[in-house]
Ligand binder design. Structure first.
Ligand SMILES: *[C@@H]1O[C@H](CO)[C@@H](O)[C@H](O)[C@H]1NC(C)=O
Ligand SMILES: *[C@@H]1O[C@H](CO)[C@@H](O)[C@H](O)[C@H]1NC(C)=O
Ligand SMILES: *[C@@H]1O[C@H](CO)[C@@H](O)[C@H](O)[C@H]1NC(C)=O
Length: 363
């Protein structure tokens, strides 16, 4: 049975959006929010570039209490967002523009939430998503509750998602960031509690330790969050470590025959309350989702590796950002950011601001 009809909300994103079109969209999107400048600045001629001025757009709120955790891009340009809290956990689809409404596409059984999601390395419009029981009371995972699923879309059936569990991830204490390895059947998965990066083969379902290093480990304490995000870019594996407040990178392709990797990572960012992050594949700049007390986006440009990120946007609507990806055809230009609306809500249970998907136009 077809539960979900083809939605019209992503029609604008059906083709690559050129620079000119983006400007046009921006100027026709009223009611946007600006950080650090008067509204008039957006209406400057397209040729004018103004440093430190960003156009920020936000979707409508997810249901109150949603911990929006991770994002992946569909070929249409719309966004799949995972929600890690119940109710209603699962996969939402959000059009990447101001005031779009998050639509619940799928809810998983036998779990309290969906966390990491990544596009298949080989098949278009196919995704891998992890689920598991994470307690926002104790900020810790339920051992043995995690699993990985394959999500595809049935065009004949009004774009209904078809979801199949492919494996339990019982060996991983807390799966967090996930990224696909181009030209392979591999995914890399960060384990925040164990402090490892694993490699999962989506064909053989084999799980291998891919990297093990002190910079991946959590620190002792009540909230143990080591390696969080993991990305492949420019011949390196980049990773963030929330407890150690760093981003680092090590030479890697993801396709090595002999693993675990050996060697020492190079520090990319320090003293950062980092969650997940994204690399600009074209120039090596790194954009970080920075939690409290920054609640915004940090930037470490390629020539500043090893330093504290520069905050380029913060405050509402970027409260409690969890991850960032590039918008369609917009590497280096447009970030899509998942935000929780403020992380303290999951501790106090006083839910005042909903999660969102936020579009940050960098130019
Ligand atoms: C995870 O949560 C689901 C839904 O509440 C529950 O049915 C399941 O028993 C839990 N699994 C574990 C291992 O805690
Ligand atoms: C629930 O999920 C866990 C973890 O993936 C798995 O071990 C268990 O078999 C599942 N139970 C059901 C009823 O699907
Ligand atoms: C919940 O948060 C709101 C906004 O910060 C605040 O005004 C209100 O007093 C809080 N309620 C409780 C019960 O703490």
């Amino acid at each position: 049975m077809c539960l979900w009809m083809q939605s019209s909300f992503s029609t604008r994103a059906s083709a690559c959006i050129s620079d000119n079109n983006q400007k046009e969209i921006s100027t026709h999107t009223f009611n946007f929010m600006m950080i650090g400048l008067p509204l008039l600045a957006v209406f400057l001629p397209a040729a004018a570039t103004v440093q430190g001025r960003l156009l920020i757009e936000a979707s409508r709120d997810f249901p109150l209490g949603s911990e929006v955790e991770n994002l992946a891009l569909r070929p249409s340009g719309s966004v799949l967002a995972t929600v890690y809290t119940s109710p209603p956990q699962g996969i939402y689809e959000v059009a990447p523009h101001q005031n779009s409404t998050p639509k619940l596409l799928y809810t998983f059984t036998n779990t309290t939430g969906a966390c990491g999601i990544t596009a298949s390395p080989t098949e278009p419009d196919v995704f891998f998503v992890m689920t598991g029981n994470f307690s926002f009371d104790t900020l810790s995972p339920a051992p043995g509750s995690y699993a990985i699923h394959r999500l595809s879309f049935d065009k004949k059936c009004g774009d209904k998602p078809i979801v199949k569990k492919i494996a339990a991830l019982g060996a991983i204490a807390q799966p967090n960031g996930i990224t696909s390895v181009p030209k392979s059947s591999y995914l890399l998965i960060a384990d925040s509690v164990g402090g490892f990066v694993y490699r999962f083969d989506t064909l053989t379902l084999q799980l291998t330790t891919y990297f093990d290093h002190p910079l991946l480990k959590p620190l002792p304490g009540p909230i143990r969050f080591g390696v969080n995000g993991v990305k492949l870019s420019r011949g390196y594996m980049y990773f963030s470590n929330t407890n150690q407040q760093i981003v680092a990178r090590i030479k890697a392709t993801g396709r090595e025959e002999t693993v675990p990797l050996t060697g020492n990572p190079e520090t990319v960012a320090t003293s950062t309350p980092v969650d997940d992050f994204i690399v600009n594949d074209l120039n090596g700049d790194v954009y970080l989702a920075e939690q409290d007390p920054i609640n915004g986006i940090g930037l470490v440009s390629k020539n500043a590796y090893g330093s504290v990120p520069v905050t380029i946007a913060s405050g509402p609507p970027l409260l409690g950002p969890t991850a960032a990806i590039w918008a369609k055809c917009a590497v280096g230009k447009t970030l899509l950011v998942s935000v929780t609306g403020g992380f303290e809500q999951f501790v106090t249970k006083n839910f005042t601001g909903g999660g969102k998907v936020v579009v940050v136009h960098l130019e």
